[in-house]
Design a protein around this ligand. Structure first.
Ligand code: AMP
Length: 195
């Protein structure tokens, strides 16, 4: 099963992706997590992207696409994977398609959420992390968040139509309770697999 999760920051992609990854035993590939590990490890790649990530900008299509190409070539992704945070631009979607060749994505799941709810959610996530003694994400501040939402609208939102045209899109309301959203996704995937 090869899946993509689409949705603005704070839409709940990570949470839902974790549920689906467990249910179908496919690796959850979050490009944001991969890049944050590079920054934390102080690698050359990490150093080159840290500023853009912190300010909420996208990193270059070529850079992220090469990270994804390496990751999905690893053996644990051979039977399937779930991409969370990639593609984020039409160029990345075209690259993914060329990478997969004759293999088609099984489904692109888009979580649709009202932007005002997103701002509240992300601020809550940062406050909870801090209260639990953790460090909030460098980009969980209001300026970066506004930037990430506006980039989502201009760069990533066109992917809705892109995947709709290919008949691969499944949109659902990400404002609904977590379990309700999970049930919707798992039900659709079971239907796809003829279960
Ligand atoms: P996320 O955890 O998915 O919100 O990603 C955090 C940050 O990582 C983004 O704001 C970008 O700076 C960078 N990033 C993650 N995925 C991509 C991508 N597909 N294209 C460009 N930048 C990305």
């Amino acid at each position: 099963m090869k899946l993509v999760f689409l949705g603005p920051p704070g839409a709940g992609k990570g949470t839902q992706a974790a549920v689906v990854s467990k249910e179908y035993r496919i690796p959850h590939l979050s490009t944001g997590d991969m890049l944050r590990s590079e920054v934390a490890a102080g690698s050359q790649l990490g150093a080159s992207i840290a500023d853009d990530m912190q300010s909420g900008k996208l990193i270059a299509d070529e850079t992220i696409s090469s990270v994804v190409a390496h990751r999905i070539a690893l053996p644990d992704a051979a039977a399937g994977f779930l991409l969370d945070g990639y593609p984020r631009t039409v160029r990345q979607a075209d690259f993914l398609e060329s990478l997969l060749g004759s293999v088609k994505l099984d489904l692109v799941i888009e979580l649709v959420v009202d932007p005002t709810i997103l701002i509240e959610r992300i601020q809550r996530r940062a406050a909870m992390t801090l209260a639990g003694g953790g460090a909030a994400r460098a980009d969980d501040n209001i300026d970066s968040l506004r930037k990430r939402l506006s980039i989502y609208q201009t760069e990533t939102a066109p992917l809705t139509e892109y995947y709709q045209r290919k008949g691969q899109l499944f949109r659902l309301n990400g404002d609904a309770p977590l379990e309700f959203v999970s049930r919707g996704i798992v039900g659709r995937l079971a239907h796809l697999r003829g279960q």
